[in-house]
Design a protein around this ligand. Structure first.
Ligand code: NAD
Ligand code: DAU
Length: 370
């Protein structure tokens, strides 16, 4: 049984990980630390918080006193560190927040963990998983081989640079202080609870609302899509059985360009409207409600500055060493994800309208004392 800290557990991947961890290891004690930024959402965690199955702490990984108090009180033996500023477009507009959280916050967390584990003589038993991204490796040309764990770092966006810096700090802690840490570098996730600023939920919601589908540049940029449930399984495998000090790439083996992805979303929504006449009265502005294709909304807009052309992951190390492979076919995962956003209209309307933000500020603006 472990005492586990999950940072960023109210974010997209974090809350999926909390549920996956609870299901896989019901005996572990979970503490979630999250600053509840605009990207956070607690709706799916509320039953667990109310039922005492997890402890939720509102606070920042940059708050050294709070982090240290949490380590002293809960004697964590596992840390899954996901807290981050995660959106590339925001990092272009406001890079400073990315340095604060992703670089300095990771350092604060590493230092607290090391100090606490050393003081209690538990360094040998503990594990710190740093959840990072494939964007640290930079951009590939169409014929380039996929990123491996030894591909040199060439981050291009402020977000990618901040994650690269945090990876380097983790590595330095391993080498210099014997920190029992592991790093994962993962490709693009999709699935339930993803914030509507990211490509797939943004396109689903815009299509349902009859708004333009803004494809950056010519839409030929390629991403490797991984269902979030596969990512969570991989994270648990790495923290359990990965070798300390190692990096593991995680990918879905689903390289698609943005044009294809948006086209597939349009076709799936058109198909859902044909099969379910009730959708037309719920989403009257969607072209599919008038028997038109959502593809009519596809719009090519100014490219993202420094837009990486292609990411691709070679995940053989994870498969060979830990026996972990992604299992969700992109077309199936995408259909399930569209179904989720169709069923969870209240969730995304609250997020996009700001109603959820008002609610969270009213109910969770206090810090739970440790
Ligand atoms: P997200 O933006 O949905 O969630 C981030 C969470 O971190 C939010 O709940 C936010 O409130 C919290 N947070 C932000 N600053 C904080 C701080 N200072 N202290 C405590 N909590 C803070 O992000 P996500 O998509 O769930 O990504 C989670 C992690 O996985 C990130 O580290 C990201 O870099 C990495 N990652 C994401 C993807 C992806 O496709 N989404 C892929 C690879 C790696
Ligand atoms: O590769 C892993 C990374 O994937 C994670 O580390 C990041 O946290 C995550 O946000 C994601 O980064 P991307 O920039 O690849 O994801 P995003 O959803 O923002 O964009 C995916 C692609 O779609 C990218 O090529 C930009 C394009 N795009 C995005 C948006 C939001 C558009 O064409 N239009 C859009 O409106």
């Amino acid at each position: 049984m472990h005492s586990v800290l999950i940072t960023g557990g109210a974010g997209f991947i974090g809350q999926n990980l909390v549920h996956a961890w609870r299901a896989a290891r019901p005996g572990d004690q979970l503490v979630v630390l999250d600053a509840l930024t605009y990207a956070a959402n607690l709706r799916s965690l509320e039953p667990l918080i109310a039922g005492g199955q997890i402890k939720f702490v509102t606070g920042s990984i940059n708050d050294a006193d709070l982090v240290l108090r949490l380590f002293e009180e809960h004697r964590f033996t596992r840390v899954a560190h996901l807290a981050a500023e995660s959106h590339v477009d925001r990092s272009i507009v406001d890079p400073e927040a990315f340095l604060q959280t992703n670089v300095l916050g990771t350092f604060t967390l590493l230092k607290a963990a090391l100090d606490c584990w050393r003081a209690s003589g538990t360094l040998e038993l503990a594990r710190f998983l740093h959840v990072s991204t494939d964007e640290v490796y930079g951009s590939l040309l169409p014929a380039d081989p996929a990123f491996t764990e030894t591909t040199p770092y060439r981050p291009n966006s402020p977000y990618a640079a901040s994650k690269a810096a945090s990876d380097h700090m983790v590595r330095a802690f391993v080498t210099t202080y014997g920190m029992p840490a592991l790093i994962t570098n993962c490709s693009n996730n999709y699935g339930p609870y993803q914030h509507p600023e990211k490509l797939i939920p943004l396109m689903i919601i815009h299509a349902l609302e009859g708004k333009p589908l803004p494809i950056y540049g010519d839409g030929t940029n390629v991403r490797d899509w991984l269902h979030v449930s596969d990512h969570c399984e991989a994270l648990m495998a790495v923290i359990d059985r990965g070798r300390i000090g190692e990096t593991y790439n995680i990918g879905g083996g689903n390289e698609r360009n943005n044009r294809e992805v948006v086209g597939q979303i349009c076709d799936a929504i058109d198909g859902a409207f044909s099969a379910e006449p009730g959708l037309a009265s719920r989403f009257r502005s969607c072209p599919a409600a008038a028997n038109l294709s959502c593809r009519s909304l596809m719009t090519f807009v100014t490219d993202r500055a420094g837009h990486d052309h292609r990411y691709a992951i070679d995940a053989r190390k994870l498969a060979d060493e830990l026996g972990n492979r992604s299992s969700v076919r992109f077309e199936d995962g995408l259909r399930q994800t569209i179904r989720w956003y169709l069923d969870q209209e209240t969730w995304w309307r609250d997020v996009t309208s700001g109603a959820y933000r008002d609610w969270i500020d009213k109910n969770y603006s206090f810090r739970i004392a440790v």
